[in-house]
Design a protein around this ligand. Sequence first.
Ligand code: GLN
Length: 548
Amino acid sequence: MGKYIFVTGGVMSSLGKGIVSSSTANLMISAGYKVVSIKIDPYINVDAGTMNPYAHGEVFVTEDGYEADLDMGHYERFTNMLTSRDNNITTGQVYQSVIRMEREGAYLGKCVQLVPHITDEIKRRLRDVSQKSGADITIVEVGGTVGDMESQPFLEAIRQMKLDEPAGSIMYIHLAHIPFLKHTNELKTKPLQHSVQELRRIGIQPDMIICRSENGISDDIRRKVSLFTSVPYDMVISDPDASTIYEVPLVLENQGMVGKISKMLQLGIKEADTKQWKGFVDRINNARADLNIYMIGKYTDDRDSYMSITEAVHHSAAAVGARAIIHWVESTNLEDGSISVNSILDDNAGYVILPGFGKRGTEGKIAALKELRMRNVPVLGICFGMQLMAIEIARNVVGIEGAGSTELDPNTGHPVVDMLEEQKKVKMMGGTMRLGSRRATLVDNTLAHKIYGSNVVYERHRHRYEINPEYVEALGKAGFIVSGYSDEGFPDFMELKDNLFYIGTQGHPEFKSRPLSPAPLFRAFMEAVAERNMLKKEDISRTNAVSK
Ligand code: GLN
């Protein structure tokens, strides 16, 4: 029988429940257990695909083309495992199933209610994932904060699980914030006490409390938290701000996390093996050079909007023995002139042209691309980024005035980027883009081929538009050649053959980047930046990377 760990959050959101859940999974896997992770999102949306990245952060795409909450990205990066649509449960999905069953007559004669029908469906989904995966431990993160109205049915369901499952199968971990009050110079535990009281009102007594604070907690605070929450002193864990999120598993294990969980879940004694992971964290903390990476996009106000790209950049920097210093550039500011393109030009830096949707900010990106192309600095275009590379070259090198995309102007006379044929009949917005892992065939003697070292690659996709094959020949003559084709025959990778590193892809290689195995395209980009950074060249070793 599988065991379950439920992670809830208190006081406020954005405390890093996803990181704590992923770190716990990371540690239990390192101790030899089979783990599966589930994210519960109490919102009514069926998935995260239709939400604005400003409000909700990145949409993470799984291999099977599910548009998930960004925490699923943390799960994949911290556990090196793949997730799928089954690993995310939303209110929308639960109600959709229950209402469908009601219409089919599955509850004939009954009044369909929150308890037991909705809660049963939640429990069914949790058990289903646990059983199908054959995991020893299912780690379930309950999104939102205890006390949110939308979370109630999920909290009720996980409360019931303790009644249903054998003793020693369930553990509740509660993560809450302990703020520091400057004017009295003290840490305040009252908000945490209230969030635990709220949890208890629902009927859940936490087994472990993780205290999020800026600088850690004293023994006194630990004692106080223990007293007021009825959680044993040794089950109160400190989770201070870390230099990198990847340090969190080590911070938890330094306090005996695996041993404490094993005892609680009657798992016997196994030890965490954090050696490789520690090696990676040490590489980040002891980086021998800083590399400036400019990220040009439209949703830069919320850093979470580009979470997987940011992480892929950090993984790659660590692999070349460097640290990435990220400079966010808001493309709408480049467009309205409040930032000049000149002010972001740096011959030693690398540039990522970020994915995106819609017209606003695109002329800013295109103006920047022109300068970057001419300066021959390393540029990586992701999805929309590659589409704009093609438009810029069509306009300024091929000489097609007004070259554009039908996404930005449906009436453009020169649709260098056009809607995919299959998308033209799509009416529903949710889950209907070209999504998930797709094959590309790489062209011999191209940079893309050299980078991947393979003829066939699979990356995840999320788009409705493509480079119009009718313009491929003209772009190629201008030096912007196709280096990989999708199975449908449109350009999936393109590169400027005379530049040092100027490459774009329609895919999202960032989703498959892992701390110990960075996405090949990002890794090669970072090597190009490191090489370009001549002054620091001797500090950067191309060979000290992950193989060590
Ligand atoms: N808006 C573009 C498309 O739909 C690019 C999408 C993206 O960058 N993910 O094709």
